[in-house]
Design a protein. Structure first.
Length: 474
């Protein structure tokens, strides 16, 4: 099989307009180090993200299989030629990490270090996220790994996924980390501190301005972590807006089929890579170890690695990432528009009236409000939101109903939604959120839209509302 000709500029020169006309965020402008492995490109222009999701790992394919083979072995034979034997040591990893971070990406020693499947997954992720990316056994283990690496004295964080606060509380206990509110004064931050920004936020799907928090962090020598789980590629690229680290719970959209656990950290160029020992350095500059080298070594000993099956499932899922995410986001936005329109008879001046007058009456009896990034009118008028989420506003939204009982009973009335936690899968989910997060209002439902036809899903929600009207005689 012919290999695609390499072009090291592929990640930095790609057009920000997808072939279907969707405007995507501009690529991170700093070029990757020259010793990064080649990325696929055409003779005239680099490939789009949808193509990279299928072909970025082609250089790692040593088999004739069209579909990536599943590797479940935990250990791998050394070379049979003694002259080719090189000891595996964490300290001998390359100073500027490759995709997928080993000097010879086809060599593997033990699955707590690397495996063929996870190496392919990290290669594709590094291409799609525009920065060196490392995987973990879950999103929370990824956050734990970052905090273990940075050991920040202060972490600024707001509301959002309660699991992240649980991890932070562990570090408060272990190292005395001080937790600051997300909107603390910049003067409260010191060099090496961390701002954790989740956008869009769980469970409402509302977005925050990444660039404003980046300016705040960098003005004090602190770092900005963006949890972009709710807005995977191609919806937003936090690096374009100043993020230092991007985190994903890969269990959600990267996995996309509710059958694997995964966490991802992507580290911006300039922080990820080490300055090579022996390299000609500017006067006064000393050798600096990059973050990725230490994160890889830490992961080896923490042991929070993905299994071979999960890595294989991740590669399978990334093949359709753009197809799934764009459809899910567009469907959610359409449903939100209809529900919001039924409550207010207007959505930014336009209401398509897919719902009948009788349906709208039913919606008003049950639904108190809807939250979603597409409804952030002021932020849209300010301009930053549409620029930040150029690919779409996400597939998760929240519904507040007129009372706890209605929220508790609605999931049992639906036919096309599973009542379950999590999100991002091809199937639509709804959760009475207080089931798994005691910090949210008891009348709130989190909705994760899948790849079903949005009109069918909207009809299911309305018939569920109608069932509540009949049962509770509203």
């Amino acid at each position: 099989m012919d290999q695609i000709e390499p072009d090291p500029a592929a990640l930095t020169n790609q057009s920000n307009t997808h072939t279907n006309g969707t405007t995507l965020p501009t690529r991170h402008q700093q070029p990757p180090p020259s010793n990064h492995p080649p990325q696929p490109t055409t003779p005239h222009q680099p490939y789009s993200p949808s193509t990279l999701s299928i072909h970025a790992d082609d250089p790692l394919n040593l088999h004739t299989d069209v579909a990536p083979p599943l590797h479940v072995s935990t250990t791998f034979r050394y070379a049979t030629d003694p002259s080719q034997l090189r000891p595996f040591r964490s300290t001998t990893r390359p100073t500027a990490p490759h995709f997928p971070f080993q000097e010879t990406p086809h060599e593997h020693c033990y699955s707590r270090l690397t495996t063929p499947s996870t190496s392919r997954l990290e290669t594709i992720l590094s291409s799609l996220l525009h920065a060196p990316s490392i995987t973990y056994s879950s999103g929370l283990s990824a956050l734990h790994a970052l905090l273990t690496h940075l050991v920040p004295k202060r972490v600024s964080i707001g509301a959002g996924y309660h699991g992240c606060h649980g991890v932070l509380n562990l570090h408060v206990r272990l190292s005395g980390t001080q937790i600051l509110p997300l909107d603390c004064d910049a003067d409260d931050l010191q060099p090496g501190d961390l701002i954790c920004l989740e956008t869009p936020i769980n469970p409402t799907g509302l977005a925050s301005d990444i660039s404003s928090y980046a300016k705040k962090a960098h003005s004090r020598g602190a770092y900005l972590l963006v949890d972009s789980t709710f807005a995977p590629p191609p919806l937003q690229d936090p690096f374009v807006h100043g993020a230092d680290i991007v985190m994903h719970s890969g269990t959600k959209y990267i996995g996309g089929h509710s059958d694997m656990l995964c966490g991802v950290l992507a580290i911006r160029h300039g922080l990820a890579e080490s300055t090579a020992e022996g390299q000609d350095l500017p006067s006064g500059q000393k050798y600096r170890e990059g973050w990725m080298s230490r994160l890889l070594e830490d992961r080896e000993f923490i042991g929070a690695v993905m299994g071979g099956l999960e890595g294989w499932l991740g590669v399978r899922s990334l093949r359709t990432l753009e197809l799934r995410v764009i459809r899910q986001s567009e469907s959610a936005t359409s449903i939100v528009r209809e529900l919001h329109g039924a409550l207010n008879s207007d959505f930014d001046g336009v209401y398509t009236a897919t719902l009948s007058a009788d349906d709208r009456k039913v919606v008003k009896k049950v639904l108190r409000g809807v939250q979603h990034a597409s409804l952030q009118t002021r932020e849209l008028q300010e301009g930053w939101l549409k620029k930040q989420m150029a690919g779409g506003f996400g597939a998760v939204f929240a519904m507040g109903l007129n009372g706890e009982q209605l929220a508790k009973y609605l999931p049992s009335k639906l036919r096309l939604f599973h009542h379950a936690t999590s999100l991002g899968g091809v199937e639509s989910l709804i959760e009475w959120r207080t089931m798994s997060d005691a910090t949210v209002a008891t009348d709130l439902l989190r909705v994760s839209i899948g790849v079903e036809d949005w009109r069918d899903l909207l009809g299911d929600i309305v018939q569920g509302f109608r069932g509540l009207v009949e049962e509770f005689k509203l």
